[in-house]
Design a protein around this ligand. Structure first.
Ligand SMILES: [Zn+2]
Length: 650
């Protein structure tokens, strides 16, 4: 397949689903309640130190505010949240679901952050570190004496997170991505100026690396530095082509710097195939590297091999390391190929990994047109991303346990600035991402949620709620004097039973014509608009794990189900660096003994008789076994401990 699709702009799509709309607003509320000056404190202190200002001047410049505490923002990874915060706010600014008051406050917040970062950057002019901005804490005097020490240490291969370097290039990736987003998504031109000057600082640094240094730098987590630099290169290249005065004249150096973060040796290893290539590999260090490989192909289509790298890595992760929700990893690491049941614990599925896999999948679909990427995206969106939020507080998960009996643990308002807190901010301001894709002459509905899309000539409103029925209603309305000039492509979800889908246009049943996993409605049939009704068959299904023959998860349509296991054993304990995890299981075992059928196969064949949906509710009673369990949709379980996977015996 060589068709190309483009993700529609965030500003053109609005999610109207009630649950998701609430999820957006509670995220925005938290974003606005956070103190911008505390996020800026580290950046201001760093800039002031680089300029050589007195402690008094520094204090004034910091507005007497200090970094947020909690072992992340006030330590060597400090400032990473600023990157996520910028991206999340930029996305929220263009989200038309925001109220006018929210919009105004978000817009002001974004301008304030960007203007303040520029003030910090201005202080570096003429210091020899022109363009550098960073916000990490100074746990020891030596970091104050040399604010660049973390980067120097990485070049020597020193990476102890408390004493030497806690992934400064990873943090830089977040910051540059946030600046790119502020310009690209929200149109803040100052953000581009700051990004370009920072890009020059970065490329001055990468230009100095000899082979030995280069290797050492790539040995320590650096996020998707290739991805954000290719993006900056692409932004400037387009501006240059349009003779815009905003373009950085020397923008080609960003592509050169980006390529310094392409780990070709790793890419080749994955492409060449083999057993257990990802065993003990840190998942969230590795996924962004391959998104960066894809980015190289996106900016230069002759780099076909980089697309192959990205595709082969995606296949490996999804086929060998992924749970039913779309998540991966145990204690942040991949294991052996296909070893998933044996690694179900309280620390599976770091939420950042899923955030990254979703971003990766949508972009892979855009360049390949392969429906498998959308299938994964749709499943992961609802069962891992929407599932990561506490719907009342808006706080989000770090890990999502796959062992039965644990619960979801969420960050707190101003205490846990984890990586997943930052990606969590982003997730809920871009719920409209990946719902629609468009390419000249075609519009695809990729994700079935209630949403609206509008372009220059028509508007599409999608209404559906698979917790109620399998019906998807699509209203297409041309604008005054315009025609609908796009064919409409409707993704056929894998979960629709036997691939069944009925279609009617303006009340008339029509023959379904399928292509590449979509139903295709030619523009001739909808040129003047119309009402489309798509009926999908929603029902129960089940999935196992490669190493767990009798271990099953149950689904209803697109929804992973989990058993409600109550609130009696909701205990937490610290884990890793100031992370908090679920500490107790509410069940001793996940064994279910079948009492009503002669075999596991018979039980599963008759699953509709054993997992009985209560009318009008998303509650399913398990019958014919030794356990009294009630299953419900997993995405909105945020209070109780839960069980997704159960081991059947007969
Ligand atoms: Zn994370």
């Amino acid at each position: 397949m060589s068709e190309l699709w483009s993700l529609t702009d965030l500003k053109d799509v609005r999610v109207t689903d009630k649950y998701l709309d609430e999820a957006f607003h509670v995220d925005v509320k938290n974003l606005l309640n956070l103190d911008a000056d505390r996020f800026l404190a580290g950046f201001r202190e760093t800039a002031s130190l680089i300029k050589g200002e007195s402690p008094e001047e520094t204090k004034v410049f910091m507005k007497s505010k200090s970094r947020y505490e909690g072992e992340w923002e006030d330590k060597l990874i400090g400032g990473h949240t600023m990157g996520h915060y910028l991206t999340a706010i930029a996305q929220a600014v263009v989200n038309t679901a925001a109220t006018s008051d929210e919009h105004k406050r978000l817009q002001e917040r974004l301008s304030y952050l960007i203007d303040s970062l520029k003030e910090c950057q201005d202080k570096t002019i003429g210091t020899g570190e022109d363009g550098y901005i960073f916000g990490a804490g100074f746990p020891k005097q030596e970091f104050r004496d040399n604010p660049l020490l973390q980067f120097d240490n990485v070049e020597k291969g020193l990476g102890h997170p408390f004493d030497e370097a806690w992934v400064p290039w990873y943090t830089m990736h977040k910051i540059l991505t946030g600046l790119n987003a502020a310009y690209k998504i929200a149109g803040n031109e100052t953000a581009l100026l700051v990004a370009n000057r920072l890009g020059i600082w970065i490329s001055n640094r990468t230009d100095r690396w000899d082979d030995k240094t280069h290797k050492k730098v790539l040995g320590i987590e650096y996020g998707g530095m290739n991805d954000c630099l290719y993006e900056l290169y692409q932004i400037n290249r387009e501006l240059k082509e349009n003779n815009s005065p905003l373009a950085c004249l020397d923008y080609e150096r960003f592509e050169r710097a980006a390529h310094c973060f392409d780990e070709v040796e790793l890419f080749e290893k994955i492409l060449s195939g083999g057993k257990n290539l990802l065993n003990n590999v840190h998942a969230n260090t590795t996924i962004p590297k391959f998104i960066g490989a894809l980015a190289r192909y996106e900016v230069n289509r002759s780099e076909e091999r980089y697309l192959q790298y990205a595709k082969s890595f995606w296949d490996l992760v999804v086929n060998e390391h992924t749970y039913v929700t779309g998540g991966n990893s145990e204690n942040e690491h991949f294991g052996e190929d296909g070893v998933l049941d044996a690694e179900r614990t309280n620390v599976n599925n770091e939420t950042c990994n899923t955030y990254n896999m979703l971003k990766f999948s949508r972009r892979l679909f855009a360049v390949t047109g392969n429906i498998k990427y959308l299938e994964y995206s749709a499943r992961t969106f609802i069962n891992a991303i929407v599932a990561s939020q506490n719907h009342e507080t808006g706080f989000t998960t770090y890990f999502q346990p796959m062992a039965t009996g644990y619960h979801k643990v969420f960050n707190t308002f101003d205490g846990n600035f984890w990586c997943c807190t930052g990606t969590g901010y982003e997730n809920f301001t871009k719920l409209q991402d990946g719902v629609f894709f468009r390419e000249d002459g075609r519009l695809a509905i990729a994700l079935y949620i209630a949403a609206e899309y509008e372009n220059e000539s028509y508007k599409v409103s999608v209404d559906c709620d698979f917790t109620r029925s399998g019906e998807v209603k699509i209203d297409i309305t041309p604008k005054a004097g315009a025609k609908v000039n796009d064919d409409l492509w409707l993704r056929i979800p894998k979960w629709t039973q036997n691939g069944e889908a009925e279609l009617s246009i303006n009340g008339e049943k029509v023959e379904v014509s399928k292509k590449d996993g979509f139903i295709v409605i030619p523009k001739g049939k909808i040129a003047d608009g119309g009402e489309i009704a798509l009926l999908l068959k929603v029902g129960l299904s089940y999935e196992s794990l490669p190493d767990g023959d009798n271990t099953y998860a149950f689904l209803y349509g697109p929804f992973v189900l989990s058993a409600r296991l109550g609130t009696k054993k909701i205990a937490t304990r610290p884990h890793g660096i100031a992370v908090v995890v679920s500490a107790e299981r509410s069940v001793d075992t996940d064994l279910i003994k079948i009492t009503s059928e002669s075999s596991i196969k018979a039980f599963l064949d008759h699953i509709d008789d054993h997992l009985i949906k209560r009318p009008g509710e998303m509650e399913f009673d398990l019958t014919g076994t030794d356990k009294n369990l009630v299953f419900t949709t997993h995405y909105n379980q945020y209070k109780e401990s839960y069980g997704i996977y159960w081991t059947l015996e007969c």
